[in-house]
Design a protein around this ligand. Structure first.
Ligand SMILES: Nc1nc2c(c(=O)[nH]1)N[C@H]1C(S)=C(S)[C@@H](COP(=O)(O)O)O[C@H]1N2
Ligand SMILES: [Mo]
Length: 486
């Protein structure tokens, strides 16, 4: 058993090392994980996100390693009887690795190398360890196998870390110089600066991350190309240098995930630097029957926005900068889309590779195929950030954020217990495309209190009290916190 585990660890380590050299996506374990993510049925994915939140990926990898460990132990037992049987088991696993690697978008012949090298190493280790241990007593076997496994695990983990450092995206990003001069003057008073309240602009390293990518796509800006094609008169291909030379704007835009529960954290606001999308689409000449712009990322993920929304005057951007930096790799380097007023899953394509003008009748994007709504306008929402938990009696600042991107927030009201709805004070905002901070001073009296919040958007529509789950098009209902005073 120990022999099987050690051989498997060695095989995986070699596979990871070779994957650094080929490309991260060719790692058999990552490829298998990605295949599971793409194939997972709707209910399983929902369960995983609900149960593990953004830790769903480490949990998935953990499960894969556990399954592998079980298989490896069995292979070890087989090899102790008949070596060739064990080696056949290794070969079978290698074959699975090859198939998973070839199944990834953009896979080439070289992608089979990690799995092949890994299984050759595994078969060899199995032979060496199995024959040696026949001559050794049990304790020594365990020690040798343990040492081999230890070295292998360290090598594999090192390879994975090294892969991050020397990856194409990281190297390319370090060389990008964003055009200056497009900077937007900051608006005063967007931050109420209260403890417990997130800052108006979310720092890049605190910005939520949601995607289906198990290994972050590594895109070299030098070789990046954006294809604009489909139902247009003039298809074209744009290089990164060409994009950077186009007129740019900088806009504060709040991004929201459709999977954000009422009161949840899957929202962030950044200052995006980018090229307006509408003029590019107009220049291409969109056919009258086209109503969906399909966006495709380098890892094959797709989303689709209504063409009419993109052309209605809002600041839909091909973003290259986030808070004064080139886009971070995990937020879509080198280019992503940002559309104010639409949930991320229907608009905010990261690692953008292609824009295909199409129709909703013609094409269902990634999450639409999995049961989510094809239309994803952001629903008016509000959240209480503070207080959460226990406070002292006396004046307490109840504060949070509210959002209804592109309609704006006109009013926020707070209710304590069954008391009257009271209007909160609103912070300043640069446009209707961002979240808005709010604060209400409450004279807290001892006891247990329930505090609720509701927002009114710029069209005068009050946030609905009706509770809806996140699927298929975003949660609704009022956010409520319980506070103990005393
Ligand atoms: N390529 C790609 N782009 C993607 C996704 C994805 O899975 N793959 N997820 C989308 C979703 S659901 C959201 S909410 C936003 C999140 O963007 P962020 O990770 O920069 O916060 O990215 C969108 N863009
Ligand atoms: Mo999302």
């Amino acid at each position: 058993m120990a022999v099987g585990l050690a051989a498997a660890a060695g095989a995986l380590a070699i596979a990871e090392l070779v994957a650094v050299w080929v490309r991260p996506e060719s790692s058999p374990v990552l490829a298998a994980g990605s295949a599971v993510i793409d194939a997972a049925p709707h209910w399983l994915k929902d369960f995983a996100v609900r149960a593990f939140g953004t830790a769903d990926k480490p949990v998935l990898l953990g499960v894969i390693y556990l399954v592998l460990a079980g298989y490896a132990a069995a292979v070890g037992l087989l090899a102790a009887r008949r070596l060739w049987l064990g080696q056949a088991g290794v070969a079978l696993l290698g074959l699975a690795g090859v198939l998973f690697a070839l199944g990834r978008p953009g896979a080439g012949p070289a992608d089979v190398l990690p799995a092949v090298a890994g299984s050759v190493a595994g078969a060899w280790l199995l032979a060496v360890l199995a024959t040696r241990t026949k001559e050794m007593e049990g304790r020594r076997t365990l020690l040798v196998a343990g040492a081999v496994a230890g070295v292998a695990v360290l090598t594999g983990a090192g390879a994975r870390a090294w892969s991050g450092v020397r990856s194409a995206g990281t190297r390319s990003r370090a060389q990008v110089k964003l055009p200056s001069g497009a900077a937007m003057p900051a608006v005063e008073g967007t931050d109420l600066k209260l403890p417990g309240l997130p800052s108006f602009v979310t720092p890049n390293d605190e910005f939520y991350r949601i995607d289906t990518a198990l290994s972050i796509p590594q895109v070299d800006a030098e070789t990046w190309r954006l294809k604009l094609r489909g139902m247009v008169d003039r298809p074209r291909t744009i290089t990164f240098a060409e994009l950077l030379a186009m007129p740019m704007v900088e806009r504060d835009i709040t991004l929201t995930c459709v999977s954000n529960e009422v009161g949840g954290p899957l929202i962030g606001n950044a200052r995006w630097l980018g090229v307006p999308l509408a003029p590019l689409l107009r220049e291409a000449g969109i056919h009258p029957a086209a109503d969906q712009l399909v966006m495709r990322s380098s890892d094959g993920w797709t989303c689709g926005s209504p063409v009419a929304t993109l052309l209605d005057g809002r600041d839909a951007l091909l973003a290259v900068g986030m808070n004064g930096q080139p886009l971070p790799i995990e937020h879509g380097f080198p280019v992503r889309v940002v559309v104010p007023g639409l949930y991320g899953y229907v608009s905010a394509c990261k690692w953008l590779a292609e824009l295909e003008v199409s129709s909703f009748a013609e094409f269902d994007a990634y999450w639409v195929r999995r049961g989510w709504s094809a239309q994803g306008p952001i629903k008016t929402s509000s959240r209480i950030d503070t207080p959460r938990g226990r406070v002292r009696a006396g004046p307490v600042q109840v504060a949070g954020v509210a959002w209804a991107q592109h309609r704006g927030i006109a009013k926020v009201e707070v209710q304590v217990g069954d008391g009257p709805w009271q209007e909160a004070r609103l912070a300043a905002v640069p446009s209707s495309d961002t979240w808005r901070q709010w604060v209400h001073t409450w004279e807290a009296t001892p006891g247990e209190h329930r505090i609720r919040v509701r927002a009114t958007d710029g069209t005068g529509q009050v946030q609905t009290t009706a509770r809806a789950p996140v699927a298929p098009d975003g949660a609704t209902g009022l956010h409520e916190v319980s506070v103990r005073v005393g």
